[in-house]
Each structure stands twice: as C-alpha cells, then as structure tokens.
Design a protein around this ligand. Structure first.
Ligand SMILES: C[S@@+](CC[C@H](N)C(=O)[O-])C[C@H]1O[C@@H](n2cnc3c(N)ncnc32)[C@H](O)[C@@H]1O
Length: 240
C-alpha cells in the first residue's frame, strides 16, 4: 500500500518535473496534457499571422524547412499557405502535439514529415535544411544556446533561422486589444506572458547575443505581435 502511494507520488512528481522545477511548462508530459487546449486557443488570426510572418525571414527559395517545437501544426499550416513549394519537417517533444499537427495539416492539405525529437540533439544530418523556424519555442528549452547551435548545424551554408519569442517589457491591455480581439487570442496571451516571465524573454540585444554565440551572422531582430513578441533571425555563413 505504502509502496503504491510512493509510486503514485513519484509518478505525479515526474509528470511535472523538469530542470525548471515543479509545474514547469518545459515538461513534455505537461505539453501532452495541455495540447488540445493549447491547439484550440492558439487557433486565432493574430497567432496564425505571427506564424506566417516568419516566412519573410527565410530564404525566398527555401525548399526544405524545419519547424522546431511545431506544436499542433499552426506554424507549418500558416507558412505553407505562403510558401507552397516548400517541404516541411515538424519536430516536437510531445506525442500529442504531433498527433494534433498530423490531423491539422492533413485537413489543410499540407504534406509534412512530423518527427518526435528533442531540439537539443536533432536527428537531422548536417547542412540538410534551407531554413529553421521556431514559433514560441526557444524560450522554453533548457539550453537555448545548444538548440541554436543544433539549428546552425542542420542548416546549409546560406540558410536562415527565424524564431518568434516573447519580448521583454510591458505591453498594456490596450496594446494587446489592438493586436486582436478574438477571445481565443485574448485568453491565450496572459498564460503566455506568465510562462515567459517564468522561463525567458528576449530583448533585441539578448536575442542577437544568443544568435551570434551560436555562429549566426546577418542577425535581425524585429518586433512581432504588436510588441508582445520578437523575431530573431540569422544566417549561417558561407554559401555565397
Ligand atoms: C508554446 S508551444 C509552441 C507551438 C507552436 N510552435 C505554436 O507557435 O503554436 C511549444 C512547443 O515546443 C515543444 N518543445 C518544448 N521543448 C522542446 C524541445 N526541447 N524539443 C522539441 N520540442 C520542444 C513543446 O512540446 C510545445 O509543443
């Protein structure tokens, strides 16, 4: 009986365990549990537009692009609408997120290779993709430097990485209202802000530093989502 209770307690502990401590969103099992709700709330126009905006930071002729932390497929669906010739690889730690992505992308008629992976050790060959994107993903990983170095490794010379992440600084409720009035958007932003306060937020300087440390050049940092987010992008050198 005691053994059962201890096993139960340790299962609950491991459900939420991560290097950030209990109840951290960095736990893959928590992403599994929250996946359906997350998919429903982020299926809103401002979020989809923010995903699509990453296209402007990729090589125009990108043929194969990896989406890190692809979640329920929102980013690939939005990008595929503006980059119809590109082949997509979506990677995520969460099996449930990947299942939702499979359904969403099938429904949208988008072909994508979906893979369970850890962004800290990518199962992709060196120089095998033209672009790497991440939308609301990098701020959650335990080691952002390792994730960006892995992105650099799998990019071909001349390829680009582009990530949209939470921005540091205050955005007023009126500012959020100006970005979008869809209740799903309005409900999804407070938990996103709370989560990023706990994990990581970026300034143009801190984003540029992280990208430079991973080896990227031609770094650009631009506001996203009305100042709630920031897109950091960089280019893997060579290939000119
Ligand atoms: C906030 S969601 C973003 C999903 C989607 N990109 C979007 O913008 O809606 C973060 C996603 O990153 C995934 N994730 C977190 N850490 C990861 C890691 N180390 N490797 C791969 N995926 C990871 C989570 O499972 C989750 O699906």
């Amino acid at each position: 009986m005691d053994g059962e209770r201890i096993a139960g307690q340790s299962a609950v502990r491991s459900l939420f365990a991560s290097e950030k401590g209990p109840f951290s969103m960095a736990s893959p099992r928590l992403f599994d549990l929250g996946a359906d709700l997350y998919a429903a709330y982020t299926d809103n126009a401002p979020w989809r537009a923010s995903c699509a905006a990453l296209a402007g930071h990729l090589p125009a002729d990108a043929r194969r692009v990896l989406d890190l932390g692809c979640g329920p497929g929102t980013t690939i669906a939005a990008l595929a609408a503006v980059m119809p010739e590109t082949r997509w690889v979506g990677g995520d730690l969460s099996g449930r997120m990947l299942r939702l992505a499979k359904w969403r992308l099938r429904g949208a008629g988008v072909a994508a290779q979906l893979t369970r992976l850890d962004a800290l050790a990518l199962p992709l060959a060196d120089a095998s993709v033209d672009g790497v994107v991440g939308h609301s993903f990098l701020y959650l990983v335990a080691d952002e430097h390792r994730a960006l170095r892995e992105a650099w490794r799998v990019l071909r010379p001349g390829g680009r990485v582009a990530c949209m992440e939470p921005a540091a600084g205050y955005v007023s409720p009126a500012g959020i209202w100006r970005v979008g009035r869809d209740p799903r958007f309005l409900f999804s932003i407070p938990p996103w802000r709370a989560m990023s306060r706990r994990h990581r937020r970026y300034t143009p300087a801190s984003f540029a530093r992280a990208l430079r440390a991973a080896g990227f050049g031609d770094i650009r940092c631009t506001p996203a989502l009305g100042g709630l987010g920031i897109i950091g992008s960089g280019r893997r050198g060579g290939g000119d």
